[in-house]
Write a protein that binds this ligand. Structure first.
Ligand code: GLU
Length: 430
């Protein structure tokens, strides 16, 4: 393997990067190394075989994972993704980010993440349903409304959550829909949950623009990823009058310096499945999108998109991480040197788990909140979290970046809870 390929692989290891960040945050906050001992590894990591009879009658055994990272604040919480390229390291890192995210935004959950290594684009609905139910039969004993609560993530949606709720309820012999969030409304879902991550991204962008003196209605926005997060955020920017100049998905992207018509793109995507081929702009690649002339760049696709080889091309003044882990540590340094504010994933995309929390509360109490209530509470939570983290970063993290500020803030809260629960003799260094 060439030196370049090795370097790129090393840069892509989200687990190493996360552990380094956690360690650094603990040292900078003068917290005890015992905090690191608790956070450096998931409390439970399970890898299982998921047998599925495919439509052609063949048996295929998929690999499934659940990483339960930390539950000092409450039940484990985090999505399940269906993707061919999942690795044990990436699932562990994703579960750590959930712990940090829940702590940061102040929802009473721990962090988890699950996955099945599969290519959902090549599978029928029936195959996906069987695979999902098989996952719940194999892992159901470690899930539960008070234990571990999955949610949607990459390539999983409300329908997948409904299958999980149904299979789990069958196993428990009692309707137990609070085992999972992000469900359809008909089976205990919460209004506004589907759009919540994108809406949270919008609120966080608004706060970041305000904090840095950028007029939001003139801010030119570029969004990588036109799925649940990027697509919904784009619609909100369009509604609020900010010009969205570029969007992309796996098929490539489109650019129009005067602003794209997002409603027409949504219609085009509904018809064709992809952004590509939309006539209202110039075709660009995903890499060109990251380097486009804009004010706010929102990576809302997958991990490791802004890296050492392209971070220097970013022209935006603010990067809002709609995706989990889109920026590598090497890229973080370059963006910082270029005075670009990066609002980290654990804050920027926490709108999803926040409304998951609202859904879980409603399931537990049999409440039904209306959309105005959900969106108002989400806005309150997002605004408060941004202000807390941003002021902590400005006051206590001079010379550092906002990700470090967010990690420090989040880990201090975790350490305090660990100490009260008796997991540590002292949360600070002696
Ligand atoms: N998958 C989402 C995330 O990464 C949502 C998790 C949840 O709602 O539990 O934050």
């Amino acid at each position: 393997m060439s030196v370049e390929v090795n370097k790129a692989k090393k840069e892509d290891n989200t687990l190493t990067a996360t552990l380094n960040m956690i360690k650094q945050a603990i040292e900078l906050s003068d917290l005890s190394n015992d905090v690191y001992e608790h956070l450096k590894t998931p409390m439970r990591f399970v890898e299982v075989a998921i047998p599925v009879e495919m439509d052609d009658g063949a048996i295929k055994v998929f690999t499934g994972y659940r990483s339960q990272h930390n539950n000092v604040f409450g039940p484990y919480k985090g999505g399940i993704r269906y993707h061919p390229a999942v690795t044990t390291d990436s699932i562990k890192a994703l579960s750590m980010w959930m712990t940090l995210k829940c702590s940061l935004v102040g929802v009473p959950f721990g962090g988890a993440k699950g996955a099945i290594a599969c290519d959902p684009l090549t599978m029928s609905m029936k195959e996906k349903e069987k695979m999902t139910r098989s996952y719940v039969r194999v892992l159901g004993s470690i899930l539960g409304p008070e234990t571990d609560i999955p949610a949607p993530d990459v390539a999983t949606d409300a329908q997948v959550m409904a299958w999980i709720a149904d299979e789990y309820s069958n196993i428990m012999r009692v309707p137990s829909f609070g085992v999972v969030t992000g469900k359809p409304l008909a089976v205990g879902g919460c209004v506004g949950r589907t759009e919540a991550t994108g809406r949270g991204v919008f609120f966080i962008t608004r706060e970041a623009a305000q904090a840095t003196g950028m007029p939001l209605d003139q801010a030119r926005i570029a969004i990588q990823g036109f799925g649940n997060v990027g697509g919904n955020a784009a619609l909100l920017f369009a509604e609020s009058g900010s010009p969205v100049v570029a969007v992309s998905d796996v098929s490539g992207g489109i650019y129009n310096p005067k602003g794209l018509n997002i409603y027409d793109i949504v219609n085009h995507v509904e018809k064709t499945g992809f952004v590509k081929g939309f006539s209202g702009g110039e075709d660009i690649t995903n890499d060109e999108l990251l380097a486009i002339d804009c004010d706010v760049l929102i990576p809302a696709a997958l991990e490791n998109q802004i890296k050492s080889n392209n971070a220097g091309n970013v022209k935006a003044k603010i990067v809002i991480e709609g995706a989990n882990g889109p920026t590598t540590p090497e890229a973080d340094h370059i963006l910082k040197d270029n005075d670009i504010l990066v609002v980290p994933d654990i804050l920027a995309n926490s709108g999803g788990v926040t409304v998951s929390y609202f859904e879980w509360v409603q399931n537990n109490y049999g409440f039904r909140w209306d959309l105005a209530t959900v969106n108002r509470r989400l806005e309150e939570k997002m605004t408060e979290a941004f202000k807390l983290v941003y002021s902590f970063y400005c006051e206590k993290c001079i010379g550092s970046d906002m990700r470090t500020g967010a990690y420090r803030y989040s880990i201090q809260r975790l350490a305090e809870a660990m100490q009260y629960r008796g997991w540590l003799r002292s949360s600070t260094k002696k």
